[in-house]
Design a protein around this ligand. Sequence first.
Ligand code: FAD
Length: 597
Amino acid sequence: MRPRIKGYSFLLEETDPALVFTPEDFTDEHRQFIRTTREFVEQEIEPIREELEKLDRDLLKNTLKKAGEAGLFMIEVPEQYGGLGLDLISQMVVIENLGGSGGFAVAYGVQIGIGSEPILFFGNDEQKQRYLPRLASGEIIGAYGLTEPGSGSDALAARTSAALSEDGKHYILNGSKVFISNGGIADLYTVFGKVNGEHFTAFLIERGAPGFSIGAEEDKMGIKSSSTTTLTFQDVKVPVENVLGEIGKGHKIALNILNLGRIKLGVGVGGGIKQALGRAVRYGIQRKQFNTRLVDFPLIRQKIAGMVARAYASESMGYRTSGDIDEAIRAAGAHGEPTLDRQLATLEELSGECAINKVFDSECLDWVVDEAVQIHGGYGFIAEYKVEAGYRDARISRIYEGTNEINRLFISGNLFKRAMTGRLPLIGAVQKIQAAVLSPLEPYDGAGKPLADVAEAIFNAKRLYLFVGGVIAQRFMPDMDRISKEQEALAWMADMVIHIYALESAYLRAVKRIEAGDPPAESHADAVRYQMLDSTAVIEQSARTLLEGYFADDSLKTNLAVLRKFAKWPHVNRVELGRKLAKAAVEAEGYPFEVVS
Ligand SMILES: Cc1cc2nc3c(=O)[nH]c(=O)nc-3n(C[C@H](O)[C@H](O)[C@H](O)COP(=O)(O)OP(=O)(O)OC[C@H]3O[C@@H](n4cnc5c(N)ncnc54)[C@H](O)[C@@H]3O)c2cc1C
């Protein structure tokens, strides 16, 4: 059996490609969900896309209900609560294939995510019986109110207050929330407040509760078909039975739900990346300038290649992490542990990987939608062309589910904490690297391995990370608290970690294809090598910037000399590789690695 998956262990070990879940491993059931979702988009969303963009609450709610009738809300909900109790991958394929549906995708994501997961994971049996079957069928719509006017990133500083009534039957809530997705259409709200101004707690509030009011719709830059409102509580009486989880333990709910939200957001964003790529390629095929198709201009081909490589890395990473989560839950189930508890523990274990997905994917999406507009030229700036909305819709992904700054701080902060407590054997690995740099470096043994050049680059990138992370940490020893204030150090180290994981995920998938002898294996290799060019550039630049920022004079010179020892990447001809990779996309009229056509 596969050893238990440890968060961040990819930095210290090589992963066996056979153990990594990839889109090519989709089961028949996954493939059926993909088809059902695409049919839903084609039949129920595309024909009314323009009306949805005008945000008619009834239309949005009715369309969501149709998604419920199509069974798209019940995937993860256990059977005893009216759901299908399926794996995370089944949910992910639906999220991905709705990912290009702008605000509707957000409304859907809230319903199956933050709108129902707090109850799924933290509700008692009575709360689950009361709400989950109706959420799973789409009879009721959920929303999640954490953010307040004065507390966004610092979410636990909420000021909404909750006081127990004299008869002990209710909590009286006062305060307000802002930017709540599904705010204007939901029936059930999970909201957070502080009991006696101190104990952060989650409550379930139903629409129509006296004193509970819902504000007007925000006029947003993008995702216009989603509902985003304020919520106001004026002496709202919430029955004590509607406390979710324990008093004072609301942070557990808020933080755990975020972990799952981040990987789901990442996979959904991946759907948006592929959609923008497809639109750009198809436009570039039919549009001619200088009597030549746009897709035949080398500069356009390089843009397309960049899109394909990002889509490939994002997709490989999203399904790798999701597959790891599913696998860990299955393994725990085999030992008879309660699945929901195990699921939470797994999500915490892989919380770093979830955040990595969120940051990488949302930034890839922004790059891809920007280039998709560029390929459309002036038409890309005109609302009639769908890339215009795609460009606006993309921007929010770097802001919610924790801004990318907060996620970067989390990725490194969380990793350091695990290293310092011995949960992750990072310190031993750092010491080994530091001892190794004193003598000639041990060469990488890639004999007989497919894509050995990429494997060596990943091996060197990890050694570089361990070296730089080690010297930066030592710079602040013994006062490790100081490092949490060095935000640049944490963020740039996070960039190294993000690109190591993204590149390795793409590599593992390509190796799996090569070993399986798939005919398009060569294109998989091209996508990985193209991503390697970008990822190794970020990794090396981040390492250099870190060393230059925290060292000077002789110590800087010594550290930069070590950097040069590790930063050895294979030579790749980007001109030829980019043209070739783009050709595969032009022939496929979109993303060339789609497993369900
Ligand atoms: C369309 C939309 C939908 C949303 N949906 C929901 C929802 O359904 N439920 C919900 O509860 N919330 C929702 N939000 C809120 C969203 O999660 C917050 O906007 C987000 O967490 C950022 O908080 P803020 O807007 O207060 O920005 P701030 O926290 O004020 O941040 C402003 C800037 O400062 C940076 N910053 C903040 N703290 C630090 C720090 N410690 N170090 C370095 N930089 C820092 C941030 O990264 C950001 O760049 C939604 C927001 C929008 C716009």
